[in-house]
Structures are given as C-alpha cells and as structure tokens.
Design a protein around this ligand. Structure first.
Ligand code: NDP
Length: 475
C-alpha cells in the first residue's frame, strides 16, 4: 500500500514538473507580452493614419464623386489646399449628435434590458445565456446572446418607420454621414481610452490583463481581456456586434433609399450588395453564440483596435460599396449580376460550412460526422496561467483538411463579389477586398503564431498534416 502511495506521489511530482516545464513556454498564449519593432511601427502607423484613411474615403465620395485620385491630383498640382477640402467638410451637428446618442442608447437598451426570446421559438438558433471559451487565466465568462433579437427589433422599427410612421427619412444615415463620422470617432476614442484607464484602476479580471509597458501597443491592442461593467455589459460583445454590425444593414438600406430618391429606382447592383451583405450580417447574428469562440472574443484584448475599429472603421469602410453606388448607380447586365450572385453565395457557403464544421467538431468533442465520416484529428494539450492542463483537438477532416483557414477563403470570395457588383470604373469599392486580404492573411499568421505558442509541438504535427493556409497547393 505504502509502495503504491509512493509510486503515485512520484508520478504526481513528475506530472507537475512536466506541467511546470511546459508552463513557461505555453502560458504565453494570448496577445503578445513583448513588442517587436515591426508591430510597434505598424501600430503607430495605424494610430496615426487609420482615422485619416476613413476620412479620405468618405470625403472623396462627398467632394470627388468617389474618385481616390482626384483629391491627390488637386492637392499635388496646387489646385486645392488641404484647408479648402477641410472647409468643405460638414462639421459635427447637434442633429447628428442626437441621432448617434439615441442610436447607441437604444442598442445598449436592447443588449442589456431584453433577455433573448428568439431561442424560444426559432428552431436551431442558440441564444440566451451562453458560455465563452476558457481565458488564459482559466475563467469562463457568461454572455447574454441576444444580437439576433436586437437586429430584428431594430429592422422592424426601421421598416415600420419607412412605410408607416414616417418619423424620419430612410435616407437619414446617408444625409448625416459625415457629421455621424465625428460622433463615431468620439465614441471610438472615448471607449478605448476608458478601457485603458479601467485596466489600470478597476480591471474586471486582473489575471487576464496583459501589460507590455509600451503605451502605444497597450492602447491599441488592449490590456484587459474581457472588460465588463457589472455582470453583463461586455465591451467586446457589445462593440463588436452592435452598434457597428446592426448598423451595417441599416446603412445599406439608407443608401438604397437615397438611390431611389435621386434616380427614381434602385439598381440591381445595390440590391446585390444589400442582399449579400445582409446574408453575412444575419449569419453573424444567427451564429452569435459561435462567435464567442472566434479570435475576436477568445484571444484579442479590448483596446483601440476593437473599440475604435468597431465604432468607425467597420461601419464606414465595410459599407463603401453601397456609398459608391449612390454616386455611381451601376446597372449590371443579367449575366454579370447572376455571376456575382453565384460567387457571393458560393463564398458564403464555404465560409459558413467551414465555420460550422469546426463548431460541430468542437461542440461534440469530435463525436460527429463530417462529410458523412467520423472526423480525423490531432490530439493536443495546453496550459492556463494557474498551471492547469487542458486537452483539445485540431480537426484534419472536411474543409479543415483542405487548408488551415478555408473559412477565410470563403469570406474573401464573398468580399470580392460585393466589390465586383460596383463595376470597374473606380478603385474605391475595391478597397474592401484589398483590406480583407491583408486582414485575413495577417490574422491567419497571427493566429498560427498564437496556436504555436499554445499547443507547441502538437501544432507542428497539425501543420505537417494540413500544410496550406488559404489555398490548397498555393498558399
Ligand atoms: P477561426 O474561426 O478560424 O478560429 C481560429 C481558431 O480555431 C484557432 O485559434 C484555434 O483556436 C481553432 N482552430 C484552428 N484550427 C483548428 C482545427 N483544425 N480544428 C479545430 N479548431 C481549430 O478564426 P476567426 O475567429 O479569425 O474567424 C472566424 C470567422 O470570422 C472566419 O470565417 C472569418 O472569415 C470571419 N472574420 C471576419 C472578419 C471581418 O471583418 N469580416 C474579421 C475576422 C474574422 P483554439 O485555441 O480554440 O484551438
């Protein structure tokens, strides 16, 4: 008995020492602790130029019919000075401030005050209180998933107003677009600054905070992992989904209404952009519980990147196609319209199925069927900060056997479809596909770096089994 006890204790000591060995290399998963010069340079560039890029795009539509080149030519030839362009830019107005405040307050109300009822009657929809993933400190947060409901209520009210109540014009967003940009910036900077101060003085979970000591990096990439106010107001879930993504489809509807007002009709390209992006947005809310397991929520800390990005970058730059079509009402021939629709739908199918396969695989712990067969996978392990060892699996079947991020490939196909709907006259609508390619390639590399620090040699076994990232045989 004593011998057995001693053997057991020896085994426990050995296991603990293995844990401690791996701990030093593996507890570093999550965003970086140390900042390399390249990351710092990129962050300083983005902090300085991202707000200017947004301004430049929106201004070029307002003053130059969406030409990206003409403002530059005007400035370089001395035809115009920066001050001329600035003087013509609409300023912040009380009306825009009131619209924006009401909008954000309404979304906060929907988020905090109306528990989800959609999951009670929509078969297959997962809503209500849901668990997030394990954080690096080993915490599992609870979330109230009610985004679909917020989206439906907001859109029902929008249509009720447009067709029945007429409280405001459906072109209201387009008509106040630049004044609203200033409001979105104020909120974006305020929330990022507040998140930074909060992480020093009253963090929600101190163990999940990461300080690099570099002010700019910490401001941009965030310190707190899941900042919250009270039990339920989660900054990441709220700012990621609403007000930006709920607004996305409303912004497109406002552009369609503007086309109708200006030209007496809505073009098929505008309908395509509204439908394809509408599917993407609805997909996001239908799968909001799944979204709790994506990189934004599971791995990114909350800083300017998410705070300002969700308030300004997303609603202003993801909707450029609709804005462009107000100034250039493209009517596509039927063959082109069908081709673009097919590209968008196939891209969406790949995007959704790939995400669905991983979600199903993870939810059932591999006890499911992928393409009619039991999935193949690689067993892996990782540790949280407190030294607890966890086990996980990386699937090598289905789309996950074709490439390590085939969901990004589908997303890129859909993004290309939105751009193609705008024809080939101008560069501006193509910003989205260029941006998404950079974002998703960078995200893919960032995620793989993180997975390597999390899973170590197990990740290497996985990349040997699935050697390509986005395009099988190419990249
Ligand atoms: P993924 O959904 O691809 O999640 C990556 C994580 O999944 C990894 O960190 C790892 O997490 C786990 N994982 C990786 N490989 C496997 C595998 N083979 N089997 C099981 N689990 C695996 O990434 P994102 O969160 O970035 O993207 C989600 C979706 O959102 C994508 O479709 C993307 O296109 C879209 N997206 C859209 C954006 C937009 O702006 N429109 C921006 C960003 C994303 P773990 O630690 O759990 O193992």
């Amino acid at each position: 008995m004593a011998a057995h006890q001693e053997k057991k204790s020896a085994e426990e000591r050995k296991h603990k020492s293995i844990q401690n060995d791996t701990r030093t290399s593996q507890v570093q998963w999550g965003r970086a602790w140390e900042v390399d010069w390249f990351s710092l340079a990129s962050i300083l560039f983005l902090l300085m130029f991202a707000p200017l890029i947004v301004y430049y795009f929106i201004m070029s539509c307002d003053q130059y019919q969406c030409s990206l080149i003409d403002p530059l030519i005007d400035l370089l030839t001395g035809n115009k000075h920066l001050s001329d362009i600035w003087d013509k830019t609409p300023t912040l107005t009380y009306r825009a401030a009131a619209i924006y405040t009401l909008w954000v307050a309404f979304q906060i109300f929907l988020y905090l005050c109306i528990p989800d009822f959609c999951h009670k009657f929509l078969p297959g929809y997962v809503g209500g209180v849901q668990e997030g993933a394990v954080t690096p400190a080993g915490v599992v947060n609870l979330y109230e998933v009610n985004g679909l409901q917020a989206w439906i209520i907001t859109h029902v009210l929008w249509f009720a107003n447009a067709y029945y109540f007429h409280w405001f014009s459906p072109t209201i967003i387009f008509d106040n677009w630049i004044p609203l940009l200033w409001c979105a910036n104020i909120l974006g900077y305020a929330v990022s600054t507040f998140a930074m101060i909060k992480s020093y003085f009253f963090p929600t979970n101190a163990k999940d905070c990461k300080f690099t000591g570099n002010f700019f990096y910490d401001y941009m990439m965030g310190i707190e992992f899941n900042p919250r106010i009270g039990k339920w107001f989660d900054f990441k879930l709220f700012f990621n989904g609403r007000p930006g993504i709920v607004a996305w489809t409303l912004i497109n509807l406002s552009y369609a209404a503007k086309q109708q007002e200006l030209y007496g009709q809505v073009t098929n390209s505008m309908i395509l952009v509204n439908v394809l992006q509408g599917i993407y947005v609805l997909d996001f809310f239908w799968n909001e519980a799944w979204y709790l397991k994506t990189i934004d929520i599971c791995h990114d800390h909350f800083g300017w990147y998410l705070g300002w990005g969700d308030c300004v970058w997303l609603p202003y730059l993801y909707t450029l196609q609709g804005l462009y079509l107000v100034y250039h009402p493209v009517q596509l021939c039927t063959a082109n319209a069908i081709g673009i629709l097919m590209l968008g739908l196939i891209g969406y199918y790949i995007f959704r199925m790939t995400n669905h396969q991983k979600d199903l695989f993870r939810r059932t712990n591999g006890n499911c069927k992928i393409w009619g067969k039991k999935p193949e996978y690689i067993e892996c392990s990782y540790m949280s900060v407190d030294g607890t060892k966890y086990y996980s699996k990386l699937m090598t079947s289905g789309f996950w056997g074709w490439a390590r991020h085939f969901n990004y490939t589908g997303d890129l196909m859909g993004s290309l479809a939105y751009c193609l709907a705008c024809g080939f006259e101008h560069l501006l609508p193509y910003f989205y596909i260029v941006y998404m390619t950079i974002l998703l390639t960078h995200r893919c590399i960032r995620d793989e770096h993180r997975c390597f620090s999390k899973y170590g040699k197990d990740w290497k076994r996985y990349t040997a089994a699935v050697p390509y990232r986005l395009l099988p045989g190419i990249f």
